[in-house]
Design a protein around this ligand. Structure first.
Ligand code: DC
Length: 223
């Protein structure tokens, strides 16, 4: 039997995956998996439990018992850790860096694999991450790798932070983005890289509307 349709969207942070996948899920009536949120919740829970981000064994244990759920509300998807709403708390720069460290451990990734695959459902799933097309859903019917220059990604992040009324130093953001990319691209397991059969989309000089239109046209050609 043909498995439920999966649109895998991978790429570095700030390339616009979040906005694109949200729009695609709405357009096609598919479920949405924000896999980065899973790593972020694990990093947050580990921090609260006083674990070190290099302690792979303890992180695996934490991953195995992680009580994580997503809840759709009027203002978007909320992320829950047990009963605690951690939607905002997991989005800090510090927690993002910790998530990237946690995600570099091979056994942690294995522990979270089935949890992610369980999101595959009819009529389809849009999966947002770094290894959706390469590892988690290697048989995804559509794979898109969305990239953008580090400078453009830093500028977008700066605007996002400013819009949220937060302090945003461009040089600092660029440095953090570059460091996180290095770690995500160079880890031995499930490194950030396009699947061989992925459509490469560079959004550096594209608006979200252009990215969305290009993605929709490509997806329809595969349906
Ligand atoms: O997409 P994000 O910024 O929320 O992801 C946070 C971190 O989680 C990112 O630096 C790398 C890691 N991650 C991963 O390793 N694999 C995924 N599929 C998603 C995220």
């Amino acid at each position: 039997m043909e498995k439920a349709f999966v649109i895998a969207v991978d790429g570095p942070g700030g390339a616009g995956k979040g906005e694109l996948t949200k729009r695609l899920a709405k357009e096609f009536g598919f479920a949405l998996l924000d896999s980065g949120a899973i790593y972020r919740v694990l990093a947050y829970a580990a921090r609260q439990a006083g674990l070190a981000m290099f302690d792979e064994d303890s992180l695996v244990q934490e991953a195995n018992v992680l009580s994580l759920s997503f809840k759709v509300e009027d203002d978007g998807v909320h992320v829950l850790l047990g009963k605690e709403d951690v939607t905002k708390a997991i989005r800090t720069e510090e927690n993002g860096i910790n998530a990237s460290k946690v995600a570099a451990h091979p056994l942690v990734r294995t522990a979270l694999l089935e949890r992610q695959r369980a999101f595959r459902q009819e009529p389809g799933l849009v999966a947002d991450g770094r290894d959706m097309g390469t590892v988690v859903f290697p048989d995804a019917q559509v794979k898109i790798f969305l990239d953008a220059s580090p400078e453009v990604r830093a500028t977008r992040r700066q605007k996002q932070l400013e819009a949220a009324g937060k302090e945003a130093d461009y040089e600092q953001i660029l440095k953090e983005i570059t460091e996180r990319d290095e770690r995500d691209r160079n880890r031995p397991v499930a490194p950030l890289k396009p699947a061989e059969d992925a459509l490469l989309l560079d959004s550096t000089n594209m608006s979200i509307e252009e990215v969305f239109a290009t993605a929709c046209q490509y997806i329809r050609s595969k349906m």
